[in-house]
Design a protein around this ligand. Structure first.
Ligand code: NAD
Length: 487
């Protein structure tokens, strides 16, 4: 079995405890991972805290920090295929997706590398003639970055990139499910030349690792991606130390299709929205809300497309949909689909696991119109599309917003005015018009409501890794006046 190590204070180590990682395509253990315990977290945070004020990091100019990030970006690009294969083996995400996504991860590091020396303080036009006042923009401190299993390299790039560009130090906690690509990425961090302790990469479980990390008093900033239940723990932990938190959580994203949309083209976007990554995507377009007059035609196209999807080994380039990441995920999906069918949803296609080993589930479409099916409200994180229909635009908006989540949304229409009205009325952090799943380092990403708070990506996200210090300088040579005369 392959063995991976964690990176703490510039040293690779096995960790006092370990656990087996399962290949989701076979259900068999394939690698041994370090299982970080409280003592490991303590050392990692201690190292990050020391590195923060160590000259080796603090003494670098912003341009030098940017150069390290450029180097890291180049290394990620050079090793994209190896990293992709590791992610595919450890999470079951198909190689076509992991290779494309990881190649793009390099662009995120480049974007933030370029921002490192564009961060500026400010000089303030103060209302006192003998004072100069300015803002210094400084790194916020030690960052705890916590990610879930899906797209770990991508989700850590939007945290590490701005954190390091701003001069912070980081303890990155990989998910206990599929940590291999992040542990391998740690080797690239080391190769890029970041001083010891600036980036520490550990992996472990919620209670003995994530909980300890996000409760640590030396952590100033928590960047969390995961589910809303865990986020509540994280927020409570952060409250104890008043750490600054951003949360990127789940979704139940609506894809609204009007009768005037090009249905053949729209169907491709709907399929990509729900079946890419086997539906294990925070932005999965898991609720299709279609105008009644277009419903049967669109469902016909979608059924044909879903049934033509090639399910297979994630390492095979011909595969279009791989397994789910864990048995836990598979069982959750099976339960919710079963309950939805029992509460009146109609099966359009799928609804079962294909025969054989591994955590596979067929692309599934459930017609949930007029039902209270759980598939409409529960985040499944799997290849299950719940379909609802509507008559009027107002009804479409009401259905789209009938969720406590608000991460992503899609609108398909050829009516420009309607497209604008929908962008205004939909309650979600991202609205895609006549497209779905587009992302870029330049575009902020994040949600409303149960989908979290804060934005990752884009210019402003780097400010979240900084704090300002207001400096007052008295320019007068006169003696300081009587303290009891107010100025
Ligand atoms: P999860 O919340 O169970 O776990 C996420 C991470 O938190 C893991 O590393 C886990 O070990 C850690 N963790 C667990 N308990 C903890 C605790 N008490 N304190 C601190 N850390 C703890 O999520 P998951 O099941 O691995 O991932 C799926 C969820 O992630 C879904 O809800 C999905 O929508 C969401 N997600 C969101 C985005 C986004 O950008 N909005 C992206 C991907 C995934």
């Amino acid at each position: 079995m392959r063995r991976f190590q964690q990176l703490i204070d510039g040293q690779f180590e096995d960790g006092a405890a370990s656990f087996e990682s399962i290949d989701p395509a076979t259900g068999e253990a394939w690698a041994l991972m370090p299982r970080a315990q409280a003592a490991d977290v303590e050392r990692a945070v201690g190292a990050a805290h020391r590195a923060l004020s160590d000259k080796a990091w603090r003494g670098l100019t912003a341009t030098q920090r940017g150069k390290l990030l450029y180097r890291l970006a180049d290394l990620v690009a050079e090793h994209a295929q190896d990293l992709a294969l590791l992610e595919t083996t450890d999470t079951g995400k198909i190689i076509r997706e992991t290779s494309a996504q990881i190649a793009y991860v390099a662009e995120y590091y480049r974007y933030f590398a370029g921002l490192a020396d564009k961060l500026q303080g400010a000089h303030l036009p103060i209302d006192k003639p003998d004072m100069e006042v300015w803002l210094r923009r400084e790194p916020i401190g030690v960052v705890a970055a916590v990610v879930p299993w899906n797209s770990q390299l991508f989700l850590s790039a939007v945290k590490l990139g701005p954190a390091l560009a701003a001069g912070c130090t980081v303890v990155l906690k990989a998910s206990e499910d599929g940590p291999a690509p992040l542990l391998e990425f740690a080797r690239l961090v080391q190769q890029a030349g970041f001083p010891a302790g600036v980036v520490n990469v550990i992996t472990g479980f919620g209670p003995d690792c994530g909980q300890v990390l996000t409760s640590h008093p030396l952590v100033s900033r928590i960047a969390f991606t995961g589910g809303p239940g865990t986020a509540r723990h994280v927020m409570r932990n952060a409250a104890e130390n008043l750490a600054h938190v951003t949360l990127e959580l789940g979704g139940k994203s609506p894809v609204v299709v009007f009768e005037d949309a090009d249905l053949d083209s729209t169907a491709n976007a709907v399929v990509a929205g729900i079946f890419a990554a086997t539906g294990q995507s925070c932005v999965a377009g898991s609720r299709l809300i279609v105008q009644r007059s277009a419903r049967d035609r669109l469902l016909g196209i979608l059924k044909a497309k879903a049934e033509a999807i090639v399910i297979g080994a994630p390492q095979d380039r011909a595969t279009e949909m791989g397994p789910l990441a864990t048995q836990r995920q598979l069982s959750h999906i099976e339960e919710v689909v079963k309950a939805s069918l029992a509460s009146g949803a109609k099966l359009v296609t799928g609804g079962s696991a294909p025969s054989g080993s591994g955590f596979y589930y067929r692309p599934t479409i459930l017609d949930c119109s007029g039902t209270e099916a759980a598939a409409v409200s529960t985040e499944l994180f799997g290849p299950v599309l719940a379909v609802l229909d509507f008559e009027t635009e107002a009804e479409a908006v009401r259905l789209a917003n009938a969720t406590p989540y608000g991460l992503a949304s899609g609108v398909f229409t050829s009516n420009l005015s309607r497209a604008h009205r929908m962008t205004r009325d939909i309650r979600a952090g991202v609205v895609w018009i006549n497209t779905y799943r587009a992302v870029s380092p330049m575009a902020p990403f994040g949600g409303f409501g149960l989908s979290g708070s804060g934005r990752e990506g884009g210019l402003e996200s780097i400010l979240d890794y900084t704090r300002t210090k207001t400096v007052w300088l008295r320019t007068s040579d006169d003696p300081i006046p009587d303290p009891f005369v107010m100025r």
